[in-house]
Write a protein that binds this ligand. Structure first.
Ligand code: HEM
Ligand code: HEM
Length: 174
């Protein structure tokens, strides 16, 4: 079975870990009361890794359109092919808009962006824009998580229910 290129595989797994970590830290940070002394401890890490993910998704778009990808098995029913393509499309869309909404929420809200040892601004302060960013950033990460769960079910279905090595898509990503 043809595999995804090594670059695509490394990006897939590194970004998957990063995203799950960002959802966990974001959810944890959000739950801390505003006046608690540890409220902002993780913010700069969340923003730094969130920006890293945003840069990586741009790299991944380019790598994806310029590298050869394994095709879906002829044996796969067409509804499954369509579902898989739609799922991947929404995963890419959300990997772009989740960090973008975080960037807009923070930067337009007057809080600088952190990137590990440095911090900077790219947007002028605009509270209305920041609140739109915040509304999206409060929902989209969990929509992404929901699609990741469906994505995982799809992979597991091919592995454990179909029990046909030709349909075992996981091998393409390992
Ligand atoms: C894929 C990347 C990212 C993921 C998966 C993610 C995920 C999350 C989640 C799940 C929350 C909690 C939302 C809630 O329950 O209301 C959150 C909050 C937050 N995120 Fe992100 N985030 C990402 C990128 C970013 C970026 C790039 C920034 C800013 C540069 C950022 C800044 C924030 C801030 C400031 C909060 C607010 C916490 C609070 O309200 O106390 N995030 N994020
Ligand atoms: C945050 C978590 C994840 C994200 C955002 C994600 C995203 C994606 C995307 C966008 C693709 C399509 C690649 C392309 O054609 O360019 C993909 C493929 C794939 N992913 Fe994930 N993934 C995640 C987690 C996982 C997990 C946990 C597994 C399995 C345990 C997994 C297994 C696979 C496999 C096997 C493929 C290839 C599917 C095929 O070509 O038919 N992914 N993933």
């Amino acid at each position: 079975m043809q595999k995804y290129t090594l670059t695509m595989r490394l990006l897939h797994w590194f970004m998957a870990i990063l995203i799950l970590g960002l959802i966990a830290t974001g959810w944890y940070m959000e739950g801390i009361p505003r006046d608690a002394p540890n409220k902002y401890d993780l913010y700069s890490w969340h923003k730094s890794f969130g920006l890293t993910l945003f840069l990586l998704v741009l790299v991944r778009f380019i790598v994806r359109i310029t590298s050869k990808r394994p095709s879906l098995s002829e044996k796969m029913p067409s509804w499954e092919k369509q579902l898989s393509r739609a799922g991947h499309f929404f995963l890419y869309l959300l990997m772009f808009f989740v960090p973008l909404s975080g960037i807009i929420m923070s930067d337009a809200g007057g809080h600088p962006l952190n990137f590990f040892f440095t911090s900077f601004d790219i947007l002028v302060t605009d509270k209305k824009l920041a609140s739109i960013g915040a509304d999206f950033h409060a929902i989209l990460p969990y929509v992404l998580l929901g699609i990741v769960v469906l994505h995982l079910f799809g992979v597991l279905k091919h592995k454990f229910i179909d029990k046909d090595p030709e349909l075992d898509v996981l091998k393409k990503m390992l």
